[in-house]
Write a protein that binds this ligand. Structure first.
Ligand code: NAD
Length: 294
């Protein structure tokens, strides 16, 4: 059993903390939202009055927060409250620069740290089937791996501090671009009189095959579990896709990488969000594309 502090008990953090409790760990948590704290308490998490209180006895501190500014403000306080030798793991999706700053704050106190964002969404958080992509020293990774594996099915060490966030935004840039590509193909197929099933049967076994098609097909029918069959309820909300595409564009600008399709995907998702679809699944962009083509 390990003493774990969990800061940020929202849609993802709540079920992740619950899985650590189920695995037999002592979990102390904190969230600014009373509703999130109540739910976590019901799941066996001991709730503290503040993040600094929650981390005092912890051997491992996990954060699951909205953005880089939240992680850095929480880290600024908690690094002086944790025990010597505690391990800090940030599972939030944040910009690479903030992730590296969080590692710096930990290093100033001689604390081991890891950036370990996830893929798999709320379903993966509930079912403990997340994929973790981790950046940090090998020693930090080796300590974190047995804990992370209680919340996910795959834990990958991607390299130096920040490498987990880098892998996450590169992966999600592929996802955003490929979803738009698949959606455009279905819109074109419709105009050409091709049935959804026929296009799916061909593309899913041909060179157009990809996750956006075979697991998350943006039209109802061919993949019964995809959000298209449930009126585009998320799933993975368009607001989160836009967040990740913006992080990818910030990183591309900072590093001088050329990502024209990533930039275009970010613009299209900004328009889709701006039209009031932030809460829709990101595959709903097909309806937006249909509108644009008249
Ligand atoms: P969420 O908004 O449901 O949860 C975030 C929680 O952090 C909220 O409950 C909020 O009250 C809390 N919080 C904010 N500032 C805090 C502070 N200073 N101290 C304590 N608590 C604080 O968001 P989520 O969907 O759980 O996402 C969390 C992270 O996971 C984000 O970085 C997101 O991009 C990433 N992510 C989400 C998904 C998804 O499908 N939801 C998938 C992969 C990654």
């Amino acid at each position: 059993m390990t003493n774990i502090a969990f800061i940020g008990l929202g849609n993802m953090g709540g079920p992740m903390a619950a899985n650590l409790v189920k695995a037999g760990h002592a979990v102390t948590g904190f969230d600014l939202s009373a509703a999130s704290c109540d739910q976590a308490r019901n799941d066996g998490v001991t709730i503290s009055d503040s993040a600094t209180d929650a981390v005092r006895e912890a051997d491992v501190v996990i954060t699951m927060l909205p953005a880089g500014k939240h992680v850095l403000s929480v880290y600024a306080n908690l690094v002086s409250s944790v025990k010597e030798g505690a391990l800090l793991i940030d599972c939030s999706t944040i910009d690479v620069e903030s992730a590296r700053k969080a590692h710096d704050l930990a290093r100033e106190r001689n604390l081991m740290s890891l950036d370990a964002p996830v893929s798999g969404g709320v379903g993966g958080a509930k079912g403990a089937t997340l994929t973790f992509m981790a950046g940090g020293e090998k020693g930090a990774f080796d300590r974190a791996e047995p804990i992370l594996s209680k919340m996910g099915k795959k834990v990958v060490h991607c390299g130096e501090p920040g490498a987990g966030q880098a892998a996450k935004i590169c992966n999600n840039m592929i996802l955003g671009i490929s979803m738009i590509g698949v959606a455009e193909a279905f819109v074109l197929g419709e105009k050409l009189g091709l049935s959804h099933q026929a296009l799916f049967d061909v593309a899913s076994t041909s060179s157009g095959q990809c996750w956006s098609l075979t697991t998350y097909c943006p039209v109802p029918g061919p993949v019964p579990t995809s959000p298209a069959n449930n009126d585009y309820k998320p799933g993975f909300a368009a607001a989160l896709m836009l967040k990740d595409l913006k992080l990818a564009q910030e990183a591309a600008l900072a590093s001088g990488a050329s990502t024209p399709l990533g930039a275009e995907a970010a613009q299209l998702y900004a328009l889709f969000n701006g039209a009031g679809h932030e809460g829709d699944d990101f595959s709903g962009i097909i309806n937006f594309l249909r509108g644009q083509t008249g």
